[in-house]
Write a protein of this length. Structure first.
Length: 170
């Protein structure tokens, strides 16, 4: 059987192109640049404890969903919903961070029909946020490490003082 060199070269070139395409596709799409919210996106769930002043500590059940806006991981939509036997909150937020890790944005809490502005910082996986409106204020802290996130908040308003700590996992 005669060796067809041109046919062999075409097959080798086709195989090389296939391997290059497979290698390129296996890396997946280019990730969002490593912005301050790059560890947040996805769905999280977990439990925690809440204490409303004057009441017993209760166990919380929580779900969070973080969705990036844009491709630079500097803007994110946050949704955090938690409930206990007697308490519930449903927090939505739209936040953006600048190059220095300063955060600004808007938030709303649906169960109490309040909303307002948010300011804070994010550095090294640690987010500190202050949210407020005319009748409500809260400090929210988040520490994200890979597939685990701890959330703390203390809120004052509507005649209540609330402290909470939550652990979420993806």
């Amino acid at each position: 059987m005669a060796l067809d060199v041109s046919r062999l070269l075409r097959r080798m070139a086709g195989a090389a192109m296939t391997l290059a395409a497979v290698a390129w596709l296996s890396t997946g799409p280019a990730p969002a640049s490593a912005g301050p919210f790059s560890d947040f996106p996805g769905q999280w769930s977990g439990t925690g404890k809440i204490r409303v002043k004057g009441q017993n500590v209760e166990r919380l059940r929580c779900k969070a969903d973080y969705k990036p806006r844009g491709s630079t991981a500097t803007e994110i939509n946050l949704k955090l919903t938690c409930d206990s036997d007697s308490y519930k909150f449903d927090l939505d937020g739209q936040f953006q961070a600048d190059e220095a890790g300063n955060i600004s944005g808007r938030w709303s809490e649906r169960t109490r029909n309040v909303g307002g502005t948010a300011t804070g910082t994010i550095r090294g996986g640690r987010l500190n946020l202050h949210v407020e409106s005319s009748a409500f204020a809260a400090n929210l802290g988040m520490v994200t490490r890979e597939r685990r996130q701890t959330v703390t908040f203390d809120a004052h308003g509507g005649g209540q003082v609330v402290d909470s700590s939550i652990t979420l996992r993806r």
